[in-house]
Design a protein around this ligand. Structure first.
Ligand code: GLA
Length: 394
């Protein structure tokens, strides 16, 4: 019997082919670009501060069936929205307000801007990756588009370049000043591992997830929108803090270069917000490095401490949690099979992540889901996830 995730993946790829046929007709040259979502284990809001992150790609996907077409336009059909959009070259301005086709158009525009204008292309997009749950469905759409564009023109695939162009698309077309984490892990993840990334150099170390642990994503059902401003405000406060800290140490380029002693010296020049945001980043980036080491050495106690400290810091210093995320994390941490839990991704709703012992995972999923639903009147969605490879043609 095929493992569950493999059969789910095959079903998704089949459905991408079927949707393509329905929208664009029967063609022989159709391939599928399959891009995973991601969950970040630790190292939150550190990527755009030049620090460390520890994300992994998960076995929930966006699949894009694609084939070349006549003309110079990219036609994209998204099943989830029941819409087909035609992106003419050169690419016009974004639709805005987080329209799904902006993620496709943005990537097309960035490839064109870099001197790699895409050919005419038809795309059919299907997904089993939830939208708005903080699992980077936008990065998955971007990287699947980038992979399809590259394959359609027989260009060499460069995951770093694709991640950077996709991030630029998110800035210019979706209006979210995100870091590189999501796009890079969707582009370059490896099966069975989380990826420790130095977001300044983009150096990566692949850290095996111990076989006796499962990664569980706990979607609170509280929708979130990064473009709404909270994310950009946090990033702005970090950048303002860097300008001030540089007066105390001209070597500071990003919060990555700051330690607790320097922060204390500059305390009176920073406003409360700048100080708290900086405190979080300065402690969170080393936590990602420590957690990678703790996973490698099987130091479960250390993992627990780091995950919980990260959550509290995001709640109290970075102020990106919400009551539902706090509840989910405390319910998860109270379960005897749970190694640790924290909010994951940008925050402001979305999901928490928990590391759970394999032998306890079924009980964990059943009990935490119903406890959360009972206490909030919402519906949690819990996903037991496997670490998978980054985007690929299948
Ligand atoms: C979002 C962004 C990432 C990162 C996280 C917070 O997912 O896209 O670049 O900043 O938030 O760690």
């Amino acid at each position: 019997m095929m493992p569950v995730d493999q059969s789910r993946r095959s079903a998704l790829v089949d459905s991408a082919h079927a949707v393509f046929r329905g929208e664009f007709g029967d063609r022989t040259d159709v391939a599928v670009a399959l891009a995973p979502g991601r969950v970040n284990l630790i190292g939150e809001h550190t990527d755009y501060n030049g620090g460390f992150v520890l994300p992994m790609a998960i076995d929930r996907y966006v699949a894009i069936a694609f084939a070349r077409s006549e003309g110079r336009r990219v036609r994209a059909h998204a099943v989830r929205f029941g819409e087909t959009d035609s992106i003419e070259l050169p690419v016009p301005k974004p639709v805005g307000a987080g329209h799904w086709s902006d993620y496709v158009a943005g990537v097309v525009a960035m490839y064109a801007r870099a001197g790699d204008p895409p050919p005419g292309l038809d795309l059919a997009i299907v997904a089993d990756l939830p939208v708005g749950a903080g699992l980077s469905s936008s990065a998955a759409v971007e990287l699947a588009t980038a992979r399809a564009l590259t394959a359609a023109t027989d260009r060499a695939w460069d995951p770093i370049e694709a991640a950077q162009r996709s991030r630029d698309a998110e800035h210019d077309f979706a209006g979210v000043p995100c870091g590189i984490m999501d796009q890079l892990v969707v582009a370059a993840a490896r099966e069975g591992t989380a990826m420790l990334v130095d977001c300044r150099t983009l150096d990566r170390r692949y850290v095996p997830i111990p076989a006796e642990l499962r990664v569980v994503v706990l979607d609170t059902g509280v929708g979130r929108s990064l473009a709404a401003g909270g994310y950009a405000d946090r990033r702005g406060a970090c950048e303002a803090a860097v300008q001030i800290l540089r007066r105390h140490d001209p070597g500071v380029v990003a919060l990555r270069d700051v330690d607790g002693a320097l922060l204390d010296r500059a305390r009176h020049d920073l406003d409360d917000e700048e100080f708290m945001r900086s405190q979080h980043v300065v402690a969170e980036s080393p936590r990602a490095v420590d957690c990678a080491r703790a996973l490698e050495t099987g130091d479960v106690e250390r993992c627990r401490r780091l995950l919980v400290d990260s959550h509290w810091s995001l709640r109290d210093l970075y102020q990106v949690s919400c009551p539902e995320l706090d509840l989910m994390v405390s319910l998860a941490c109270a379960h005897e099979g749970c190694i640790g839990a924290r909010l994951t991704g940008a925050g402001f709703g979305g999901s928490a992540v928990a590391l759970v012992r394999l032998d306890a995972v079924d009980d964990f999923v059943a009990r935490i889901g119903s406890a959360y639903d009972g206490m909030t009147g919402r519906r949690a969605a819990l996903h037991v996830c496997r670490p998978v490879d980054g985007v690929a043609i299948v």
